[in-house]
Write a protein that binds this ligand. Structure first.
Ligand code: ZN
Length: 490
């Protein structure tokens, strides 16, 4: 079996063996959110995709420095070089200070990523905290002759870069096609070519997010922050750069051009892109009326949803597709996923009921090999999940006495299931799933609560408290209410 990790590199358009620059350390940079709105599915997919990568690389023994930025300045409407800053616009509409908008939506983003069990990155830098570094890189690119100043703004000279390097090597775009495809300059006489992009923009009088510079009072271009912050925290050359496919062009193409000139190197060895999500077959967008936030998924408060879906259902659903495939959200598909997740978690719980035999009719080593092979094949989570479902079926057969497993193999199976389900796929058992799927457990706890109620009625508070404390020790939180005691898992 080939035990090497292969990842699809967007740059070479091939699956390549992953060989990090340093044998033990991995530098991973992922483009994070622009924090001007509530987190939605478009935020969940890249976060979960690169969480899986982060978890797997860590499991393989690498020390991963995972940098995921927060864009809090410079990202203009329509991802263009003209128009209002997305955050400033939200601040204007809500009559808030832009940094209040940034703080609020950053907190919301963290809250929902926690609910999806997405691990925190090692470093989460903000663009507005790196204005000085960005201005230094603007100077470097200007000094090397690949940028020009125009009316207080500074633009990257794409045509000149393309003469010496290759603009479009990541996205496959051809500069002549870009020239034909882009609209006329609409009076934007500041730029030499429509595909040139801003490194620094002079702020118009009404633009409130501005910093002083020798060019003008202004703000950095959107693409610049990622070149600057990835180099600052991971070095001029690092291992993996990730993000959604929507960022491939122009964002990542521009990053490569900037970094190549500023640092004389291609910034990342491997470029990974997760595919997009659709809702009922359509692209998700506010204008299409099918925009669903994560909060709406978790509470069911959107007319497109027939019920609420737990964060783990959303996570499992996303992992059931390969990250390079599109994912289409529909109520039917989510409900099927939820059932699958319940089945998987039942099997995990049922492992404790399996009684070992003298021989095994389940090949635990083969199961282990197949699971690793799936992950090593460009993080093929759907194939990994299908192997976990096969194991779930086998576990149920063991309980029914139709399959056998030795005590040693059973221990191995428990460890492997824990590793792949919880540590690597990052799934967790939630109160709702445990409640719904473990009626026996429910009955047992209810019985204990009934005994506790009787003890209390008999003024035997020592016993009543003992039941409560012992339950708490194993993770059950008891709450006394008007209608008696209820419980939930810690
Ligand atoms: Zn970026």
């Amino acid at each position: 079996m080939d035990s090497k990790l292969y990842i699809y590199n967007t740059l070479s358009r091939e699956k390549e063996i992953f060989i990090p620059i340093h044998p033990k350390h991995v530098g991973l940079y992922v483009c994070g959110p622009t924090v001007y709105g509530d987190p939605h599915l478009g935020h969940a997919r890249p976060a979960i995709t690169f969480d899986l990568l982060f978890r797997y690389l860590t499991h393989l023994g690498y020390r991963v420095r995972y940098v995921r930025n927060i864009t809090d300045v410079g990202h203009l409407e329509n991802d263009a070089d003209e128009g209002e800053d997305k955050i400033a616009k939200k601040a204007r509409l809500e009559e808030l200070e832009p940094m209040e908008v940034v703080q609020y939506y950053t907190d919301r983003y963290h809250q929902f990523m926690d609910e999806l069990n997405v691990k925190k990155p090692s470093i989460e830098p903000r663009a507005s905290g790196h204005i000085i570094e960005q201005l230094q890189v603007v100077d470097t690119i200007l000094n090397k002759g690949y940028a020009y100043e125009s009316n207080g703004s500074v633009y990257f000279d794409v045509a000149k870069y393309n003469n010496d390097y290759h603009y479009g090597k990541l996205s496959g775009r051809v500069i002549e096609d870009l020239l034909n495809a882009t609209r006329s300059l609409d009076g934007q006489t500041e730029k030499h070519n429509s595909f040139d992009f801003a490194l620094w923009k002079k702020a118009s009088p009404e633009h409130i997010m501005r910093w002083p510079s020798r060019f003008s009072d202004g703000f950095p271009g959107w693409h610049l922050e990622c070149s600057v912050m990835s180099a600052k925290y991971l070095g001029d050359e690092f291992d993996i750069h990730g993000g959604g496919m929507d960022l491939l062009f122009p964002h990542h193409e521009c990053e490569i051009a900037q970094s190549t000139i500023a640092n004389g190197k291609m910034p990342a060895k491997y470029w990974m892109h997760n595919n997009m999500i659709t809702i009922n077959g359509q692209k998700m967008g506010k204008s299409l009326g099918n925009f669903i936030t994560l909060e709406e998924f978790f509470t069911g408060s959107n007319s497109l949803l027939s019920m609420a879906y737990s964060p783990m259902t959303i996570r499992f659903f996303i992992l059931q597709a390969h990250y390079r495939s599109t994912v289409d959200f529909s109520n039917e598909a989510l409900q099927a996923s939820e059932k699958g997740l319940v089945r998987l978690m039942d099997a995990v719980n049922n492992l404790n009921k399996v009684k070992p035999s003298n021989s095994s009719s389940f090949d635990v080593n083969m199961f282990k090999e197949k699971c690793y092979a799936a992950l090593n094949d460009d993080l093929n989570s759907p194939v990994l999940i299908s192997h976990l479902f096969e194991a779930a079926k086998a576990i149920n057969s063991m309980i029914a006495g139709l399959m056998m497993i030795t005590a040693d193999d059973l221990e191995k199976l428990k460890t492997l299931v824990g590793l792949f389900v919880f540590d690597i796929l990052g799934l967790k058992q939630t109160v709702a799933e445990t409640n719904a799927n473990n009626e026996v457990l429910n009955e047992v706890v209810s019985l204990l609560l009934k005994l506790r109620g009787e003890a209390k009625a008999n003024k035997d508070f020592v016993t009543a408290d003992k039941i409560r404390d012992e339950l708490l020790k194993i993770g059950f939180v008891i709450k006394d209410g008007k209608d008696g005691a209820t419980w939930e898992l810690k």
